[in-house]
Ligand binder design. Structure first.
Ligand code: ADP
Ligand code: MG
Length: 575
């Protein structure tokens, strides 16, 4: 029987391929980054599996990536000696996209090729980027540990189907062979490939090798030319950036590392690189991105900080390293103390990990405090001054989760909060700003929660505050209601919802107003009793109020009660 099988791509993959090849045309070079990143992942996986089974290294313990091209055959080959693929893995991983992100990915394509090219890596569809420059891709692979005759060849033109067949392959790992399209000849060049590697893959901690070129003099009367030799040379930095001393790393290198590691096309807002010594030793290189990834709201998705132990990659979804509310942070933590075969379970319990987590949380908070300080720093550039606002618009709502999640740092978090208020539609008011503007005799920080800014601003509950010129914070993020439960006061001043209980404006109410209110309460007693009786199943109490100026009536909740906003949310959630 014919051992060759032809299989169809999942419908979504076919659709995706069409999109990728047609929409990323002006950013074709990213295929190098994606395929090198897969090669590097495959080497990381081998290293990790080999911790328990050293035999997987066979006779090639030095992990590396080789990139070669052949101008006559019009191929570019990217080879690694990583974990490799079994036949079934080739079918599963190169023919279907298991991750639910595909449809989302396609929905996100904006037409801005630069941004779209970025998405490819984020959504785990990087392999297919090869089809931007290739009209056929052949993958030859053998999984580490399998016999030589259990290799696999996978091949496709990137349209509806792909073929797989068994092959014999002595070398462990994977070769991806791109059959270069007629219009992509420019990539069949040492100079071109090297410059793309320098741009995207310099900080892969694995050596990337290419064949050396040599000048060959022409024959009598003819010019010379560069020719490929059989000698290989390393063309990237190939050292773990974070393990170098700070003074030897330039800002440009830090930024390039960030972009490569996090699949972001924008520079980070800031970063922090430290070697922590003491009872627990580790290196941290942490970045704050400038904008939110598409899946920021997915609290279960892999965290952005990769865990290494002595420069060996261990895992990239080590949620134990930072609290969930800091899930936007990207970077690397490299521990000198953890065992290499650390498991997820062990991570949860390790005292070292606990120390790393606390230390890294403090580090991130102080990075944010530094950004916030720039806002008011006379000497800072306009760009620097704007950084905290950029951070806040991308991640503020996530940071607020910390109020409920991280009691130990609640006060520091409270200082980092920014809100809209009756004085600003933008979320730029800090609690400290608010306090500084409080009126004489005002003894609480007032706030209101609502679905939208317009709803908050037009709430009848604000009338008396507006009349008295009192600032009220306007909270419209979905987490506000929940988060504010955890923030009873700021710097000794209580936070008070204007929609709860009898708002006592205390000293702010003058004697005459108080007297009027008392008289009104007295005069309206019979009316109130009637109203109460008529509404008895629907409300707890009916009161005369001084909080309204123009509106005849409003609903409020009792002091201990759930706010209207929260009860609406719960109702929506079917509770
Ligand atoms: P991602 O890298 O985000 O998983 P890709 O589309 O880049 O998505 O790759 C899809 C999958 O194909 C990988 O998860 C991996 O299982 C497999 N794969 C790709 N390249 C290699 C390789 N060089 N070695 C081993 N497996 C690979
Ligand atoms: Mg990939």
């Amino acid at each position: 029987s014919d051992p060759k099988q032809t299989l169809s791509f999942q419908a979504e993959v076919a659709q995706l391929l069409h999109l990728v090849t047609h929409s990323l045309y002006s950013n074709r070079e990213i295929f190098v980054r994606e395929l090198v990143s897969n090669a590097s992942d495959a080497c990381d996986k081998l290293r990790f599996e080999a911790l328990n089974d050293g035999a997987l290294y066979e006779d090639a313990p030095n992990l590396e990536v080789r990139i070669a091209f052949d101008s006559d055959a019009r191929t570019i080959t990217i080879s690694d000696n990583g974990i490799g693929l079994s036949q079934q893995e080739a079918i599963d991983n190169l023919g279907t996209i298991a991750k639910s992100g595909t449809r989302e990915f396609m929905g996100k394509l904006s037409g801005d090729q630069k941004a779209d090219a970025q998405l490819i890596g984020q959504f785990g569809v990087g392999f297919y980027s090869g089809f931007i420059v290739a009209d056929r891709i052949t993958v030859e692979s053998r999984r580490a540990g399998l016999p030589h005759d259990q290799g696999v060849r996978w091949s496709s033109t990137g349209t509806g189907a792909f073929e797989v067949e068994p092959i014999t392959r002595a070398q462990r790992g994977t070769s991806v062979i791109l059959h270069v399209r007629d219009d992509a000849t420019e990539f069949l060049s040492t100079w071109k490939l090297k410059s793309i590697i320098a741009k995207y893959s310099d900080h892969i901690s694995l050596p990337i090798l290419m064949r050396k070129e040599e000048w060959k003099e022409g024959e009598e009367g003819k010019g010379g030319e560069m020719v490929l030799t059989d000698e290989w040379e390393t063309v990237n930095q190939a050292s773990a950036l974070w393990s170098r001393p700070k003074k030897d790393v330039t800002d440009e290198q830090y930024k390039a590392f960030y972009k490569q590691a996090s699949h972001d096309h924008e520079d980070p807002l800031t970063w922090s690189h430290n070697r922590v010594e003491g009872s627990t030793e580790y290196t941290q290189l942490l970045y704050i991105p400038a904008h939110a990834p598409f899946d920021l709201w997915n609290r279960d998705k892999p965290a952005g900080v990769k865990l290494y132990v002595k420069r060996v990659f261990i895992m990239d979804d080590a949620q134990a390293l930072l609290p969930t509310y800091l899930r936007f942070v990207r970077g690397v933590i490299d521990s000198a103390d953890l065992p290499l075969n650390v498991s997820r379970e062990l991570l949860q319990e390790s005292r070292d990990v606990k120390a790393i987590r606390e230390g890294s949380t403090k580090r991130v908070l102080s990075m944010l405090e530094d950004l916030a300080k720039l806002e008011k720093d006379e000497a800072a550039s306009a760009e620097e001054k704007a950084k905290y606002a950029t951070f806040w618009s991308g991640f503020g709502a996530v940071l607020k989760e910390g109020l409920g999640e991280d009691f130990a740092n609640r006060e520091r978090l409270a200082r980092l909060l920014r809100f809209a208020s009756t004085q600003s539609d933008e979320q730029v008011v800090s609690l400290a700003d608010y306090k500084a503007r409080m009126k004489d005799g005002q003894d609480a920080i007032y706030y209101i929660t609502a679905d939208t800014l317009a709803a908050a601003k037009n709430s009848p509950q604000l009338e008396v505050f507006r009349k008295k010129g009192l600032e009220v914070l306007l909270m419209t993020d979905r987490v506000d209601e929940w988060a504010l439960n955890y923030l009873q006061d700021f710097d000794g001043t209580p936070l008070q919802s204007v929609a709860k209980g009898a708002v006592d404006l205390g000293k702010l109410q003058d004697e005459e107003e108080k007297k009027k209110a008392e008289e009104a309460a007295e005069a309206f007693k019979p009316v109130l009793a009637k109203l109460k009786d008529a509404l008895k199943d629907k409300v707890e109490d009916v009161r005369v109020t001084s909080r309204l100026v123009d509106s005849p009536a409003c609903l409020v909740v009792s002091d201990g009660g759930m706010s209207l906003q929260l009860s609406r949310l719960l109702k929506q959630a079917g509770q």
